[in-house]
Design a protein around this ligand. Sequence first.
Ligand SMILES: Cc1cc2nc3c(=O)[nH]c(=O)nc-3n(C[C@H](O)[C@H](O)[C@H](O)COP(=O)(O)OP(=O)(O)OC[C@H]3O[C@@H](n4cnc5c(N)ncnc54)[C@H](O)[C@@H]3O)c2cc1C
Length: 498
Amino acid sequence: MTGIAMPRPDADVIARRAEIVRAMRAIVPGEGVVDADVEMRAYETDALTAYRQLPLVVVLPETVEQVATVMRYCHDNGVKLVPRGAGTSLSGGALPVGDGVLLSMMKFNRVLDIDWANRAAVVQPGVTNLGITRAVEGRGFYYAPDPSSQIACSIGGNIAENSGGVHSLKYGLTTNNVLGLEMVLVTGEVIRLGGKHLDSEGYDLLALATGSEGLLGVVTEVTVRILQKPETARAALIGFPSSEEGGQCVADIIAAGIIPGGMEMMDELAINAAEDFVHAGYPREAGALLIVELDGPEAEVDHLLAAVEAIARRNNAGSVRVSTSEEERLRFWAGRKAAFPAVGRISPDYLCMDGTIPRKALPQVLTRMRELGEKHGLRCANVFHAGDGNLHPLILYDANKPGELAAAEAFGADILRLCVEVGGVLTGEHGVGIEKRDLMPEMFTEEDLKQQQRVKCAFDPKQLLNPGKVFPVLHRCAELGRMHVHKGQLPFPDIPRF
Ligand SMILES: Cc1cc2nc3c(=O)[nH]c(=O)nc-3n(C[C@H](O)[C@H](O)[C@H](O)COP(=O)(O)OP(=O)(O)OC[C@H]3O[C@@H](n4cnc5c(N)ncnc54)[C@H](O)[C@@H]3O)c2cc1C
């Protein structure tokens, strides 16, 4: 473990491990319970690989009844529980705890219903994001939010992180595309939120559950909106001398009233890494590359592409290349979608940050980020969902060099502080997890955080679900709001403070 501390494991629970494993085996038969260290290694980390921790035991249920029974057991016996999808979280959201059950949802992998009339698909949470599109594309439909990890990440993980992707600029994040959920509460009760219809009565708990990072319940069924594929989609590769000019072009496109189907930017380091890896035809000499996709009726796409090109030329674009076939359009995107693994080839390790800023601050933030790189002595490759103002700086470091991970984390924290300073937020789509947990006070007041934790307490009063994530300080639910420091002494010294 490095800088970010996790709650101290409960020695009493660890001492009861054999009994807990036996109880799990009674609920989930056969290979659904994994307790050998060597087999649990596959679950010890997620895509925030700097942090690793073996769980107490891994459980892979196959039915809602099994999920509910496992959760009820954990609740009644004071055992923590970390839900997990495909383990691609970049914020450490699926990191296990040593005194808790890791509940993998990957056996929930079936498409249950495709309702063409309601334009909805009902799937289990372990179905991959791309799996939903694959299930409906035969009839010209698709599921819009498309994280670059879509080949692997699960829709349950997407719900928990409120994931986005290239298409989110025009078609929204997960929260804008989910219609209903089935969720098991920590006490084992099953609730249903929303449905195939557009709006629900009462408080919007569906929106609350989306982005709740596994802290409120375990999702066992998901209903999403599916969209008809646009008549035409064409992408333009636009090279700029610098990221600042590319950033200004992004702001000008949006200000002109154009909402592209996707608008992504990469800086020089990312362009060359992606080109070496995928050979997408990117302009290697450019300081920044903008990929702009326009979709809709053909005449509209032609008109908008001409408008985008004119704006780009006004911002000193050096090259503009528009896709002439579907194959070419997909090749343009292949480089962007593979940008993270491509950067992984040029550095032993990288940290992927995920801040969001108001679009107009992009040129200023890029300049400041370069200065921060010099201050911390580390390189940074930039990949952005530029249209959303969502930045993904990839900080390159070598974990084998003493001090480099700490420097990378300090650099990342400075970038996220900068995002907040210019009016943005700490996370765009990767979640808070452990990665940004300790930075939450940069964005929220103590009272804001307590209010959020009161919501958590309404769902999980014993705080057993995904502990150590999202909240920088744990308050005991019963005392929440009445905690104060008296003459330098904190009450309840037994409550873990990270
Ligand atoms: C190369 C790469 C590219 C990426 N690109 C993007 C991108 O473009 N956009 C983007 O938004 N993200 C991206 N990500 C991040 C990641 O893929 C998403 O956060 C994704 O939604 C995680 O899904 P998962 O199934 O892997 O979830 P996990 O990593 O297993 O878990 C993530 C969180 O979800 C919770 N969870 C999982 N399943 C459930 C469930 N059934 N019920 C309740 N809670 C649950 C976990 O407790 C955890 O808090 C990328 C990651 C990688 C490695």
